[in-house]
Design a protein around this ligand. Structure first.
Ligand code: ARG
Length: 261
């Protein structure tokens, strides 16, 4: 995670961002601190990457890379405003002991568009990354990538419209996907939770699950009830201030996945 010490909205690269609307950084910081504390209270260890002045979106650390089993592919951002984040995050990865570390050759915003789902990686295409990026990820991690086309600019990254709850269960908002992607999701995940547009607009799908606890926006009340019904333990969080940048819980958390052998 990356503390929002430099968070602000000075440009607009998604429909949620409005540089004319005021941002309360102190409030963003306290919401972020609460999220970190909740993750820790539920047994997760959190490491932080220092934020940099002039890079207001660094708080959305999920975009920095994909990390699975000690292999890391670090990001290549789509927009010039975020491109310097690539090297800033990469320095942090380079200082760790990783089995393998590369910078993506194709435009790739890390876990924004790529979700590790156990046997496969689910990948969004349409707004930020391309089919070529999907092929690169498949080669790098040696895991099949299921490409899903996103069609609604409000859900510009896969992680705004779909979340993995455990290795076989997902939740998603069908309206964010093309008919073909919807078909693929129905075939591979017949038991998925289908979220409403209201829950998706509350950034409820932009959550983090450890297979039991699901950290998600408190506004997604329908999804919170559906998760409880399925035996998950929702942990509601208020991320309203960071949403002004177009991000929620998941965007703030890069998961360092360690798959079961
Ligand atoms: N302002 C950022 C952007 O548009 C928000 C990124 C949100 N992160 C995410 N994982 N969806 O790039």
């Amino acid at each position: 995670m990356c503390r929002p010490d430099h968070f602000e909205v000075t440009y607009a690269i998604n429909p949620w961002m409005d540089p004319a609307a005021p941002v309360d950084r102190a409030r963003a910081l306290s919401q972020w601190e609460i999220l970190r504390a909740l993750l820790e209270q539920h047994g997760h260890s959190v490491e932080t990457v220092p934020g940099e002045p002039g890079l207001p979106d660094m708080v959305f650390a999920a975009n920095s890379a994909i990390v699975i089993g000690g292999r890391a592919l670090s990001a290549r951002f789509a927009h010039p405003e975020r491109q310097p984040e690539g090297p800033a995050f990469h320095r942090w990865f380079a200082a760790r002991e990783l089995r393998e570390l590369s910078v993506a050759a194709e435009t790739n915003e890390g876990e924004g568009d790529f979700t590790f789902a156990g046997e496969r990686i689910l990948a969004g295409v349409g707004f930020r990354c391309t089919a070529a990026a999907h092929a690169e990820v498949q080669r790098f991690f040696g895991l099949p990538v299921l490409s899903l086309e996103l069609i609604d600019p409000r859900f510009y990254h896969l992680d705004t419209a779909l979340m993995c709850l455990d290795e076989t269960t997902i939740a998603y908002y069908p309206g964010a996907f093309s008919p073909r992607a919807r078909e693929a999701l129905a075939v591979h995940y017949p038991d998925a939770i289908q979220a409403t547009e209201a829950d998706a607009l509350s950034f409820g799908l932009n959550g983090v699950s450890d297979g039991r606890h699901v950290f998600l926006d408190q506004g997604a009340t329908g999804l919170i009830a559906a998760l409880r019904e399925r035996g998950f333990e929702p942990v509601p969080v208020d991320m309203s201030e960071l949403r002004k940048g177009g991000g929620g819980v998941k965007c703030c958390v890069l998961e360092l996945h360690t798959p079961r052998p």
